[in-house]
Structure formats: C-alpha cells, structure tokens
Design a protein around this ligand. Structure first.
Ligand code: GLA
Length: 387
C-alpha cells in the first residue's frame, strides 16, 4: 500500500486519499453452470486489487496501474466513455462507471485512480472482476450512493457483458462482492440465493496451480459455449417446461436429450446439467465432513470439462493428471478453462513434495514452469480503513 500511495503521488502529483481492496476468486466446483442457471461454489482469495483514489472537480478520468507502467496514465472524459482497445485494462473501470451512470447511479465528477494487483493476470482468477468490484466500491463511497451489494455485483457483471463484450455469468462478481474469510459461497445463480459454507481444512490445503498458459476470455471460445447451451435449452423446451439447464435433474436430461439433434450441443448441455447436480452433491459431502467424496467429485468435474465441455486443453490436463498421480484428494481446472489454473486439495503434510513433483511432471509434459499458491480465503471487496 505504501508503494501504491507513492506511485499515486508520482503519477498524479498529490497525495491519494481513499484506499480500497477487491479480492480475486477461485471456484472449487460448479464450472460453466452460472450462465445456465445452476450452482457454483467459489471463494474469495486473500490476493486481489488495491486502489488509491482521489475525486476530481472536473470530468476527467485518469487511471494508472503499477502492473502496466508502460501504459502510463490512461486518460479519458466522463462524457465519452467507450471501449477503446488501447485503454486495455482501464476499460474495466470505465465500463463500471458508464454502467452505473446508465442505470441511475449518477457519477457526477471524474477521479484519479492508481491500482496495484497481486492476482496473476490471465490466470482465470478473475483479475478483471476484481477491478470491476474495486471500482464499484470506489463509486459507492466517493459519490455516497445508496446501492446494495447485489446491485453492485449485477452492475459489474453488466459492465463486463455490455461494455467489454464478454458474456460472463455472475459467479466471479458475486464471489468477489460477497466473499467471506474462510468460507466458500454456494450460490444458486438463478435465484441468487446463497449460503456461506465454512472451509475449515485441518488436515488439507487448497493449492492453486497456474499452467502459465495465458488466455483472455474475449478471445476464447467462452461465448461460443454459451450459445451452444442456449441452443440445447431451446431444443429441450420443445417438450419441457424449464427456463434454464439448471432446472434439470440428470434423469430428466437423459430422458429428453433426444430432443437435441446435434451431438456436440448435447455434450455441452450434459456437462451443464451434471455439473450443477455434482456441485450440490459435493457441498453436501463437504458439510458432512467427507473431504474424499468432495475430491472425487472435483475429479469428475474435470473429466466432464475435458470430454463433454471441451474447455481444458493439454496444459490444464497435464497439470491435473500430475496432481492425480501425486495423490491429490481432488484436482480440477478452475474458471473458464482454455489455460489458467487448477485447484487441488492436498494432504497438508504432502504440500511441499506435491509442489515439487507436480511441477516436474508438468514441465516434462509441456516445457512450461507452473506456479503454485496455497490458498487463503479472504473477504469481499471493501474500503480500507484509514491508517
Ligand atoms: C468465467 C466467467 C464466469 C463463469 C466461469 C466458468 O470465469 O466469468 O461467469 O462462467 O468462467 O465457470
């Protein structure tokens, strides 16, 4: 924070006053279910995005990121907020400001903001949703908005959908907005009913492994998968009274899948339905103290994402297989896929050897070095106290 305040001073020539934090997130199970009206089970991380902010008198917006010093200060005006390729990461805060404005939360003046993030970018740990929620808490505080958390979460998602053009679901913004230390969130993405579930692992650790294969959602097949699920839903609705794939049990899906004519579309829908059911089952197991059962379902989740949803790729598969071979209780890709990270449950006394051996096996397979982080589950987006 000291360095970020210094960077603010250097860039904007005055002391930055208010400070904010929004975490990254990791999803434990329930992948590609959010936009299908299903369940997800993510948690907020202790790493995230820090921001130092001053409100301005005029309508200028100036953004600086310590992570992208080569981009310098990105400057724009409140009344001309459009997606601009060269503005790169700054399109996220711009999008949130524009979306607040368009939805009746008036942002009347500009601001100077300096950001620093310690979430690895492009790793599927939601560095973009983290910037969005950081911006939302900034706006609420600076402009004294009467807006609740759920609305902030929804507007952040809307910014990503409409301003950035990524058709993401609500999981990331929700996890980052509603995170709670040492808890994961079981969220019904259809109703937004949610429950904080304690994750008190005494004999196990959660480990994030980064393939270091980067990807951005905008250039991935993410939107294509969404469209395929919508097509499957339409086909099933010919004889079923459902409004999302999340409404289906495995049995009802099996009885009616003949309605989906295209076999690839059928596989996509199968994943969405089975993964949703698996997520509910997994959380039941966790609540009953059956960590092995939870891990087994994580493994099944990966297989389904690999074979039916086809969003893994050779790096994620290599990392997960190495984890399985090294005795992980459970391991799967996490986030959108196509690169990014895996999440594994590992016996606490095997963490060091796990990291060493999985790293070696992965390197052998891919010629890439993986990074490993032991997960600490943190709180949601917030204003930081004055020192
Ligand atoms: C990305 C999206 C989320 C969700 C996941 C897949 O992280 O932003 O909304 O769809 O992929 O589970």
């Amino acid at each position: 924070m000291q360095e970020l305040k210094q960077a603010f001073q250097n860039q904007f020539g005055e002391e930055g006053k208010a400070t904010f934090f929004a975490p990254g997130r990791v999803n434990l199970i329930g992948e590609h279910t959010d936009y299908n009206g299903g369940h997800v089970f993510p948690c907020a991380l202790s790493v995230g995005t820090y921001a130092v902010v001053n409100k301005r008198e005029d309508s200028k917006l100036r953004f600086y990121s310590m992570n992208f010093p080569e981009l310098g200060i990105i400057e724009t005006e409140m009344d001309s907020l459009k997606y601009v390729e060269e503005h790169d990461w700054a399109n996220y805060p711009k999008g949130v400001i524009e979306t607040f404005n368009k939805n009746g939360y008036e942002i009347t003046t500009g601001m100077d903001v300096a950001f620093y993030g310690n979430i690895p970018n492009g790793a599927g740990l939601s560095s973009s949703a983290s910037i969005e929620l950081a911006t939302s808490v900034i706006l609420k505080d600076l402009f004294d908005l009467s807006i609740d958390r759920i609305e902030m979460i929804k507007l952040s998602q809307k910014a990503e959908n409409e301003f950035v053009g990524v058709n993401c679901g609500i999981m990331d913004q929700f996890a980052i907005g509603m995170g709670k230390r040492d808890h994961a969130i079981l969220l019904n993405c259809d109703t937004l009913d949610f429950q904080h579930t304690p994750i008190s692992l005494t004999e196990h650790s959660l480990i994030i492994s980064n393939t270091n294969k980067r990807r951005g959602l905008a250039d991935s097949k993410y939107n294509e998968r969404r469209t395929q699920c919508e097509e499957a839903l339409k086909a099933l609705q010919q004889s079923l009274d459902i409004h999302s794939l999340g409404d289906l049990t495995k049995e009802t899906f099996e009885e009616n899948k003949y309605l989906i004519k295209d076999p690839v579309t059928e596989k996509r829908a199968k994943h969405a339905v089975y993964e949703n059911n698996r997520t509910i089952e997994a959380v039941d197991k966790l609540n009953a103290g059956d960590i092995e059962g939870f891990g087994q379902l994580m493994n099944e989740s990966h297989v389904s994402l690999r074979d039916d949803y086809e969003v893994t790729g050779k790096e994620l598969d290599a990392l997960v297989e190495a984890a399985w071979n090294e005795g992980a209780v459970g391991s799967r890709m996490t986030g959108a896929g196509f690169g990014g990270c895996t999440i594994s449950i590992v016996n606490q006394d095997q963490v060091d050897s796990f990291i060493e051996r999985v790293g070696q096996a992965y390197y052998k397979q891919t010629n890439l070095e993986a990074d490993f982080y032991v997960v600490e589950i943190g709180d949601g987006a917030k204003k930081l106290e004055e020192e």
